[in-house]
Design a protein around this ligand. Structure first.
Ligand code: SAH
Ligand code: SF4
Ligand code: F3S
Length: 431
C-alpha cells in the first residue's frame, strides 16, 4: 500500500515555521511521508497567519484553489492563527475544510484525524503541547526554537494576544535539551523565538524564574552551539541583563530585532505600546555602549488611525537618527476584535505614499550599511545552495544574507570570508 503523506504550507512568522516543523515531526513519527505535491497528499495542512487582512485573504484563496482539485480522500486542515481566530467561521464558510486546529493544540491533530470525532480544537494547551512534541532538526545549519508563546501586551492593532493566547515560557532545561538534540546532529546556530521573546520567564532547575539572559548563557554552555539569536523583542522588556550579555557573551550574535512601530509618541500611546521614543533611544545607547557594532532592525506601521504628517515625519526622523540595517514596514490593517479596529481614517493613497517614502529611506540605510563591508572580513554560516551551480548562501554575524562560489561544499560550515561586493540585499564574498 502507498504510504500516507502530508503537504504543509506555512504562512506568517518564524513561529509558524517552527510549528510546521513540529507538525511534520509528529506525522513522520506516525509513519507519514512529507510531500511537496498537494496532489499526492493524504493530508494537506495550511498553517495560517492572521496578522494582516492580506495574509488572511491568501489563506481563503488557497482553500478555494485546493477545494477545486481536492480528491475525496484528502483531508484538508487549517491550522495556525486564522484557525484560532476564525475557526467556526471557516467550518461554516468552507465545508471542504475537514479539521481546524489552533497554534496551541496542534499536537492533537493526529488523534483528531484518526478518531474522526473532533473537527475543531482551539484550546490554549501550551504546556501540554510542548510535552507532546518531537524535535528533529529541519536542516543542519540553523534551527528555530520557540521558547515563549503568546503575548500579554495588547497593542491596540494586534491580534497576537488573541490568536496565540497568554504569555507562556517553557522551562529552561526543556529548551537546553532541545538545543542539544539539534547540536548533536550538527546544528551550530539556534534562533530563540517568541512573539515577545524577551518577556521570557521560564523555570530554572531550582524552580526559580529565569530571564532570557540566563537562558542564553545556559545555551551557550553547549560546546557545539556557536551562534545564538533571539526574536522578536519588545522595548519594555529589554532589561539591563539582556543588554549587557550582548557585550559579554561571544556566542550571542550582534543583531537585535526591536520593533518600535512608530517614531511619534502620540501614535505610540494610541497603539498602547507602553514605551516612548526616548525609552527606545536609551536602549539603543546602552546596547551600543556594550556592543558598538550591534546591527539594529525594527518594524514600522504606517497609516495608523489619526497619524498626521507630523507623526509620520517624526518616524522618518527617528529612522534617520537610529540607522537600521534592515526593517520591515506595513500599512496599517484594521483587525477584527482589536481596540484600534473601529477607526481606519487614513486615505489608502496617503498610506501608500508614506510606506514608499519610509521604505526608500530604510532601503538606502541597508544599502549603505552593506556597502561599508566591502573589502572587510566577516564570518558566515552557510545554510543552503544558491540558485547557481556551486553557489552557497548563508548569514553573516550581523544577519545579512551572503553568497559565494565554492567547488567544494561549504554547507553548514562557518567560514571566514572577504566581502567583495554588495547588492541591494546581500553581500557577495570570497573564502
Ligand atoms: N511581537 C512583535 C510583533 C509581532 S507582529 C512586537 O511586539 O513588535 C509582526 C509585525 O507585524 C509587528 O511588529 C507590526 O509591525 C506588524 N503588524 C501587527 N499588526 C498589524 C496590523 N494590524 N497592521 C499592520 N501591521 C501589523
Ligand atoms: Fe502584538 Fe504588541 Fe504583543 Fe507584539 S507586543 S505581539 S505587536 S500585542
Ligand atoms: Fe501571523 Fe500568528 Fe505569527 S498571526 S505573525 S502566524 S503569531
Amino acid at each position: 500500500m502507498k504510504k500516507k503523506s502530508i503537504y504543509i504550507k506555512s504562512y506568517g512568522c518564524q513561529m509558524n515555521v517552527y510549528d510546521s516543523n513540529r507538525i511534520k515531526d509528529l506525522f513522520l513519527n506516525k509513519g507519514y511521508d512529507i510531500t511537496n505535491e498537494i496532489s499526492e497528499a493524504s493530508v494537506t495542512i495550511l498553517n495560517t497567519c492572521h496578522i494582516r487582512e492580506k495574509a488572511v485573504e491568501k489563506v481563503y484563496s488557497d482553500i478555494g484553489r485546493i477545494k477545486k482539485n481536492k480528491n475525496s480522500d484528502m483531508k484538508l486542515v487549517v491550522a495556525g492563527c486564522v484557525a484560532q481566530a476564525e475557526g467556526n467561521e471557516i467550518m461554516k464558510r468552507s465545508p471542504s475544510v475537514d479539521y481546524v486546529v489552533g497554534p496551541q493544540s496542534y499536537h492533537k491533530l493526529l488523534d483528531m484525524i484518526n478518531q474522526e470525532e473532533e473537527r475543531l480544537n482551539s484550546d490554549f494547551l501550551q504546556n501540554e503541547k510542548f510535552k507532546n512534541l518531537i524535535f528533529n532538526p529541519s536542516k543542519l545549519s540553523s534551527e528555530f526554537i520557540s521558547i515563549q508563546e503568546g503575548c500579554d501586551k495588547f497593542c491596540s492593532f494586534c491580534v497576537v494576544p488573541y490568536t496565540r493566547g497568554p504569555e507562556f515560557s517553557r522551562p529552561v532545561m526543556d529548551i537546553v535539551n532541545e538545543a542539544k538534540i539539534y547540536s548533536n546532529k550538527g546544528v551550530q546556530e539556534v534562533i530563540l523565538l517568541g512573539q515577545n521573546v524577551n518577556a521570557y520567564h521560564g523555570k530554572g532547575n531550582d524552580s526559580k524564574t529565569k530571564n532570557l539572559a540566563y537562558l542564553i548563557n545556559k545555551i551557550s554552555e553547549i560546546d557545539k552551539i556557536k551562534r545564538i539569536r533571539y526574536m522578536t523583542s519588545h522595548p519594555i522588556d529589554m532589561d539591563d541583563s539582556l543588554i549587557n550579555i550582548h557585550g559579554d557573551n561571544q556566542k550571542l550574535m550582534p543583531f537585535l530585532h526591536l520593533p518600535i512601530q512608530s517614531g511619534s509618541n502620540r501614535i505610540l500611546k494610541k497603539m498602547n505600546r507602553k514605551h516612548t521614543v526616548s525609552d527606545y533611544l536609551k536602549i539603543v545607547d546602552k546596547i551600543r555602549k556594550v556592543r558598538p557594532d550591534i546591527a539594529l532592525s525594527s518594524d514600522f506601521i504606517v497609516g495608523f488611525p489619526d497619524e498626521t504628517d507630523n507623526d509620520f515625519s517624526s518616524t522618518m526622523e527617528f529612522i534617520e537618527k537610529v540607522k537600521f540595517v534592515i526593517a520591515y514596514s506595513f500599512i496599517y490593517s484594521p483587525r477584527p476584535g482589536t481596540p484600534a479596529q473601529k477607526k481606519d481614517n487614513i486615505d489608502i493613497n496617503l498610506k501608500k505614499a508614506r510606506l514608499t517614502a519610509l521604505q526608500s529611506l530604510l532601503k538606502n540605510q541597508q544599502i549603505n550599511y552593506n556597502k561599508s563591508f566591502i573589502n572587510k572580513k566577516l564570518e558566515v554560516l552557510f545554510e543552503k545552495n544558491g540558485r547557481h551551480k556551486n553557489q552557497f548562501v548563508g548569514r553573516t554575524i550581523y544577519n545579512q544574507s551572503a553568497f559565494t562560489n565554492s567547488s567544494k561544499t561549504i554547507l553548514n560550515k562557518i567560514m571566514s570570508v572577504e566581502i567583495t561586493n554588495s547588492t541591494n540585499f546581500a553581500l557577495e564574498c570570497q573564502i
